[in-house]
Design a protein around this ligand. Structure first.
Ligand SMILES: Cc1cc2nc3c(=O)[nH]c(=O)nc-3n(C[C@H](O)[C@H](O)[C@H](O)COP(=O)(O)O)c2cc1C
Length: 189
Protein backbone atom coordinates (compact mmCIF):
# COMPACT_ATOMS: atom_id res chain seq x y z
CA UNK A 1 0.00 0.00 0.00
CA UNK A 2 2.73 2.47 0.99
CA UNK A 3 0.49 5.33 1.99
CA UNK A 4 0.74 7.45 5.14
CA UNK A 5 -1.48 10.24 6.44
CA UNK A 6 0.36 13.32 7.67
CA UNK A 7 -1.46 15.68 10.02
CA UNK A 8 0.05 19.09 10.66
CA UNK A 9 -1.53 20.89 13.61
CA UNK A 10 -0.98 24.29 15.17
CA UNK A 11 1.93 23.68 17.50
CA UNK A 12 5.32 25.21 16.99
CA UNK A 13 7.36 23.10 14.57
CA UNK A 14 6.94 24.08 10.93
CA UNK A 15 10.46 22.79 10.07
CA UNK A 16 9.58 19.41 11.58
CA UNK A 17 6.41 19.20 9.49
CA UNK A 18 8.21 20.17 6.30
CA UNK A 19 11.06 17.73 6.71
CA UNK A 20 8.72 14.91 7.71
CA UNK A 21 6.63 15.54 4.59
CA UNK A 22 9.74 15.43 2.39
CA UNK A 23 11.15 12.35 4.12
CA UNK A 24 7.89 10.40 3.87
CA UNK A 25 7.48 11.42 0.23
CA UNK A 26 10.78 9.70 -0.59
CA UNK A 27 9.10 6.37 0.21
CA UNK A 28 5.30 6.54 0.27
CA UNK A 29 2.20 8.37 -0.85
CA UNK A 30 1.64 11.22 1.61
CA UNK A 31 -1.91 12.38 2.29
CA UNK A 32 -1.61 15.61 4.23
CA UNK A 33 -4.11 17.61 6.23
CA UNK A 34 -3.09 20.99 7.61
CA UNK A 35 -5.22 22.69 10.27
CA UNK A 36 -6.07 26.37 10.09
CA UNK A 37 -4.06 26.90 13.28
CA UNK A 38 -1.04 25.25 11.66
CA UNK A 39 -1.28 27.72 8.79
CA UNK A 40 -1.38 30.55 11.35
CA UNK A 41 1.72 29.19 13.07
CA UNK A 42 3.53 29.08 9.71
CA UNK A 43 3.09 32.83 9.36
CA UNK A 44 5.19 33.20 12.54
CA UNK A 45 7.76 30.50 11.82
CA UNK A 46 8.64 31.05 8.18
CA UNK A 47 9.45 34.11 6.12
CA UNK A 48 7.20 32.91 3.30
CA UNK A 49 4.19 30.93 4.57
CA UNK A 50 2.70 30.56 1.09
CA UNK A 51 5.94 29.03 -0.17
CA UNK A 52 5.93 26.70 2.82
CA UNK A 53 2.45 25.49 1.92
CA UNK A 54 3.63 25.03 -1.68
CA UNK A 55 6.48 22.85 -0.46
CA UNK A 56 4.09 20.77 1.63
CA UNK A 57 1.81 20.45 -1.39
CA UNK A 58 4.74 19.34 -3.55
CA UNK A 59 5.62 16.59 -1.08
CA UNK A 60 2.01 15.47 -0.75
CA UNK A 61 0.12 13.14 -3.02
CA UNK A 62 -2.99 14.94 -1.78
CA UNK A 63 -3.30 18.01 0.42
CA UNK A 64 -6.53 18.60 2.31
CA UNK A 65 -8.01 21.46 4.31
CA UNK A 66 -9.24 20.82 7.85
CA UNK A 67 -12.91 21.10 6.87
CA UNK A 68 -12.72 18.65 3.94
CA UNK A 69 -14.72 15.86 5.56
CA UNK A 70 -15.39 14.27 2.18
CA UNK A 71 -11.67 13.56 1.73
CA UNK A 72 -10.55 9.98 1.23
CA UNK A 73 -8.69 9.92 4.58
CA UNK A 74 -11.96 10.56 6.43
CA UNK A 75 -13.00 6.96 5.69
CA UNK A 76 -11.58 3.71 7.01
CA UNK A 77 -12.24 2.11 3.64
CA UNK A 78 -9.35 4.22 2.29
CA UNK A 79 -6.45 2.02 3.30
CA UNK A 80 -3.29 3.51 4.75
CA UNK A 81 -0.23 2.32 6.64
CA UNK A 82 -0.94 4.74 9.47
CA UNK A 83 -0.77 8.38 10.42
CA UNK A 84 1.60 10.81 12.06
CA UNK A 85 0.61 14.15 13.56
CA UNK A 86 3.63 16.46 13.54
CA UNK A 87 3.72 18.82 15.27
CA UNK A 88 0.80 17.87 17.50
CA UNK A 89 -0.76 20.69 19.53
CA UNK A 90 -2.12 20.11 23.01
CA UNK A 91 -5.53 20.99 21.57
CA UNK A 92 -5.25 18.10 19.13
CA UNK A 93 -3.80 15.80 21.80
CA UNK A 94 -6.87 16.53 23.96
CA UNK A 95 -9.25 15.89 21.08
CA UNK A 96 -7.58 12.60 20.21
CA UNK A 97 -7.70 11.53 23.86
CA UNK A 98 -11.42 12.33 24.01
CA UNK A 99 -12.33 10.87 20.60
CA UNK A 100 -13.34 14.15 18.95
CA UNK A 101 -13.58 14.23 15.14
CA UNK A 102 -14.33 17.88 14.51
CA UNK A 103 -11.66 18.50 11.86
CA UNK A 104 -10.39 16.30 9.06
CA UNK A 105 -7.18 15.87 11.04
CA UNK A 106 -8.92 14.54 14.15
CA UNK A 107 -11.32 12.48 12.02
CA UNK A 108 -8.41 10.88 10.13
CA UNK A 109 -6.68 10.10 13.43
CA UNK A 110 -9.89 8.61 14.81
CA UNK A 111 -10.17 6.48 11.67
CA UNK A 112 -6.55 5.39 12.02
CA UNK A 113 -7.24 4.23 15.59
CA UNK A 114 -10.49 2.44 14.82
CA UNK A 115 -8.85 0.60 11.95
CA UNK A 116 -6.00 -0.48 14.27
CA UNK A 117 -3.37 1.26 12.17
CA UNK A 118 -0.23 2.84 13.64
CA UNK A 119 -0.81 6.35 14.99
CA UNK A 120 2.16 8.51 15.96
CA UNK A 121 1.92 11.92 17.62
CA UNK A 122 4.75 14.41 18.04
CA UNK A 123 3.45 16.63 20.86
CA UNK A 124 5.01 20.08 21.25
CA UNK A 125 4.51 22.07 24.42
CA UNK A 126 6.68 23.05 27.35
CA UNK A 127 6.22 22.79 30.23
CA UNK A 128 3.56 20.08 30.12
CA UNK A 129 0.62 20.51 32.47
CA UNK A 130 -1.08 17.70 34.33
CA UNK A 131 -3.91 17.59 31.81
CA UNK A 132 -1.44 17.45 28.92
CA UNK A 133 0.29 14.50 30.57
CA UNK A 134 -3.01 12.78 31.35
CA UNK A 135 -4.09 13.10 27.74
CA UNK A 136 -0.76 11.81 26.45
CA UNK A 137 -0.96 8.92 28.93
CA UNK A 138 -4.45 8.12 27.63
CA UNK A 139 -3.13 8.02 24.07
CA UNK A 140 -0.11 5.89 24.97
CA UNK A 141 -2.29 3.42 26.89
CA UNK A 142 -4.35 2.92 23.73
CA UNK A 143 -1.35 2.15 21.58
CA UNK A 144 -0.60 5.57 20.16
CA UNK A 145 3.14 6.18 19.89
CA UNK A 146 4.23 9.44 21.48
CA UNK A 147 7.44 10.85 19.96
CA UNK A 148 8.19 14.16 21.69
CA UNK A 149 10.63 16.35 19.75
CA UNK A 150 13.07 16.52 22.64
CA UNK A 151 16.71 17.50 22.50
CA UNK A 152 19.40 14.85 22.46
CA UNK A 153 23.13 15.44 22.63
CA UNK A 154 24.64 11.96 22.39
CA UNK A 155 24.69 12.12 18.58
CA UNK A 156 26.67 15.39 18.67
CA UNK A 157 24.29 17.75 16.82
CA UNK A 158 25.96 20.76 15.22
CA UNK A 159 22.86 22.83 14.55
CA UNK A 160 19.07 22.88 14.62
CA UNK A 161 18.98 21.00 11.31
CA UNK A 162 20.66 18.04 12.99
CA UNK A 163 18.11 18.12 15.81
CA UNK A 164 15.22 18.21 13.31
CA UNK A 165 16.79 15.33 11.38
CA UNK A 166 17.00 13.25 14.54
CA UNK A 167 13.31 13.74 15.35
CA UNK A 168 12.27 13.02 11.76
CA UNK A 169 14.38 9.86 11.82
CA UNK A 170 12.59 8.74 14.98
CA UNK A 171 9.25 9.31 13.26
CA UNK A 172 10.21 7.35 10.15
CA UNK A 173 11.50 4.52 12.35
CA UNK A 174 7.93 4.02 13.59
CA UNK A 175 6.93 3.17 10.02
CA UNK A 176 10.07 1.13 9.28
CA UNK A 177 11.18 3.70 6.72
CA UNK A 178 14.87 4.58 6.34
CA UNK A 179 16.12 8.12 6.94
CA UNK A 180 19.74 9.08 6.35
CA UNK A 181 19.57 12.01 8.78
CA UNK A 182 19.19 9.73 11.82
CA UNK A 183 22.43 9.01 13.64
CA UNK A 184 22.12 5.66 15.37
CA UNK A 185 23.97 4.88 18.58
CA UNK A 186 26.51 2.17 17.95
CA UNK A 187 26.76 2.92 14.24
CA UNK A 188 28.95 6.03 14.52
CA UNK A 189 32.75 6.00 14.53
C1 LIG B 1 2.91 30.98 16.90
C2 LIG B 1 2.08 29.98 17.65
C3 LIG B 1 2.71 28.91 18.26
C4 LIG B 1 1.96 27.95 18.97
N1 LIG B 1 2.64 26.92 19.54
C5 LIG B 1 1.94 25.95 20.18
C6 LIG B 1 2.63 24.83 20.71
O1 LIG B 1 3.85 24.68 20.60
N2 LIG B 1 1.90 23.88 21.32
C7 LIG B 1 0.53 23.96 21.42
O2 LIG B 1 -0.07 23.03 21.97
N3 LIG B 1 -0.15 25.03 20.92
C8 LIG B 1 0.51 26.02 20.30
N4 LIG B 1 -0.16 27.10 19.77
C9 LIG B 1 -1.63 27.20 19.98
C10 LIG B 1 -2.43 26.36 18.98
O3 LIG B 1 -2.18 26.81 17.65
C11 LIG B 1 -3.94 26.44 19.32
O4 LIG B 1 -4.19 25.79 20.54
C12 LIG B 1 -4.83 25.87 18.24
O5 LIG B 1 -6.16 25.85 18.73
C13 LIG B 1 -4.46 24.47 17.81
O6 LIG B 1 -5.40 24.02 16.86
P1 LIG B 1 -5.24 22.63 16.10
O7 LIG B 1 -4.93 21.60 17.13
O8 LIG B 1 -6.56 22.39 15.44
O9 LIG B 1 -4.18 22.78 15.08
C14 LIG B 1 0.56 28.08 19.05
C15 LIG B 1 -0.08 29.14 18.41
C16 LIG B 1 0.67 30.08 17.73
C17 LIG B 1 -0.04 31.22 17.05
Amino acid sequence: MDRIVLGISGASGTPLALRTADALADHVEVHTVVTDAAKAVMTHETDAPAATMDRIADASTELYAEDDFGAAIASGTFQTDGMVVVPCSMNTVAKLAAGFSDTLLTRAADVTSKEDRPLVVVPRESPLSEVHLENLQALASRGVTVVPPVLGFYYDPEDVDDVVDHVVGKILDRFDLPYDGLTRWGETE
